[in-house]
Design a protein around this ligand. Structure first.
Ligand SMILES: *Cc1c(COP(=O)(O)O)cnc(C)c1O
Length: 442
């Protein structure tokens, strides 16, 4: 008889089960601390590896992590440890990236609304900037004329290739009327851009980010292709390698309904097919993945505080709601989340399934992380896990009902199957909430 050793490392789903059980046993999720978030540290390492593996080593690619997807400083530090850079889009994210130890040359500053002060600071610090529009290019020009800098950071301009929107309009950025970048196909825009490259020798990068979740890889590749075509045109008319690099943005989708890993290899292959100059190494490259780096590497666990039924509808009232899963509760069709049921000990609950609504603690009726979901019938003191919430959820809380931000724990599973937790963010206390609400101002 042959025996097979247990799979090591265990896959995502198994690690989630192990972490829930250990967290409940360790009291990290309890009646006193009914909601906590967990980050799979091995998962982050595997994801960073998958991103790097998708791009041939011979190419000059800097992979950055879009900080808005999860800007907890310890997480940024872990991601830096795996060799990624950081894309920031506000002064706050910039400061968080610095606190995480990213050197200036590994940070890219995007934002549609950079102030004069932010631009000057970024230029002095030597971080790469992508300008969003012509007015911003003028501001950068004025700053560069004013300051005499020994060396220039990489400065690019964001184009909107106007290739169309993906499945979710709110996170699509390449529609005809998107608020981001310079609308490339508008009358006169291309000429004005070519002119900007002629007049601003410091302008050496082109940035394109077609959209986030729900943007097909093919659409993203079309946007990249438009950026490369423009770069080739600029270089042809300049008679030199004026555009040195293309920042191709992020936007690889996440499977919120199953366990498929993000398709980084498919994304790279589509980019090469649409823009062969990239595969030939004619441009330096920057990527800016956010959701695909972190979503599947985080989940939240909550106790079930109460269960009830109303007009035949079964409801489990939990502590995971709009404050930590904002998009899902406000636009549930676009942002489904999987929920897993565990018993009060944190073991997978095995029972016949029943349609249930999983409600949060917020005082509005739409505060549901799942509706009419088939799950083993939940009971008081059971535990639920809300999967794939490592990006844009517990790290980007919504201040509703003055609900505190939950603690965030990193976890790792040893070869013996022990789960080790580390604190990445402490739970907010009610005293913190009072202070934050101006309570100290008298
Ligand atoms: C949000 C954003 C990203 C990251 O998008 P994901 O869908 O999370 O990968 C990258 N670049 C820019 C400019 C963004 O605004």
């Amino acid at each position: 008889m042959t025996t097979h050793p247990p799979a090591w490392p265990p896959p995502w789903a198994t690690r989630r089960d192990a972490a829930v059980h250990s967290a409940v046993q360790a009291g990290l999720v309890s009646s006193e601390d009914p909601l906590a978030a967990f980050v799979d540290l091995r998962g982050i390492a595997e994801t960073a590896q998958a991103i790097k593996a998708a791009w041939p080593e011979r190419l000059d690619v800097r992979h950055t992590f879009a900080a808005k997807a999860n800007s907890l400083v310890p997480i940024l530090r872990i991601i830096r440890g795996h060799g990624l850079g950081c894309e920031v889009a506000s002064a706050g994210e910039f400061a968080q990236a610095l606190a995480a130890g990213f050197p200036a040359r590994e940070i890219v500053f995007d934002s549609p609304a950079k102030t004069q002060g932010e631009l000057a600071e970024a230029i002095r610090a030597g971080i790469a900037i992508n300008a969003d529009n012509f007015q911003e290019l003028d501001r950068i020009d004025a700053i560069l004329k004013r300051e005499s800098l020994p060396s220039l950071p990489n400065i690019g301009v964001r184009i909107n290739p106007q290739v169309g929107v993906g499945d979710i309009e709110a996170v699509s950025t390449a529609g005809a009327q998107s608020k981001f970048g310079i609308a490339l196909r508008d009358d006169g825009a291309r000429e004005e851009l070519l002119d900007a490259f002629t007049h601003h020798p410091w302008l050496r990068w082109i940035h394109v980010h077609v959209g986030s979740q729900g943007s097909p890889i093919k659409l993203i590749a079309e946007g990249i292709s438009a950026a490369v075509e423009l770069a080739e045109e600029v270089n042809r008319s300049a008679g030199e390698r004026r555009v040195a690099g293309i920042d191709i943005g992020g936007g690889v989708s996440v499977d919120f309904e199953g366990e498929d890993a993000p398709d980084f290899a498919g994304h790279a292959a589509a980019a090469f097919a649409a823009a062969p100059a990239l595969a030939r190494g004619e441009f330096q490259l920057v990527t800016e993945f956010g959701r695909s780096v972190m979503a599947k590497n985080g989940f939240m666990a909550s106790t079930v505080e109460y269960t009830k039924s109303a007009g035949g509808r079964r409801i489990a009232v939990t502590h995971a709601g709009a404050h930590v899963a904002t998009r899902t509760t406000l636009a549930p069709e676009a942002w489904p989340l999987r929920v897993f049921a565990y018993d009060a000990e944190g073991l997978p609950k095995i029972a016949a399934t029943v349609e249930q609504d999983i409600a949060g603690p917020c005082c509005f009726a739409g505060d549901l992380v799942a509706s009419a979901r088939e799950l083993p019938l939940l009971e008081q003191d059971d535990i639920i896990a809300v999967a794939d919430t490592g990006a844009y959820n517990f790290s980007a809380p919504y201040r509703y009902n003055s609900l505190p931000m939950p603690a965030v724990y990193g976890f790792e599973i040893t070869e013996d199957g022990d789960v080790h937790f580390s604190t990445l963010r402490r739970a907010e206390t009610v005293a913190d909430l009072v202070r934050e609400a101006g309570g100290a101002l008298g």
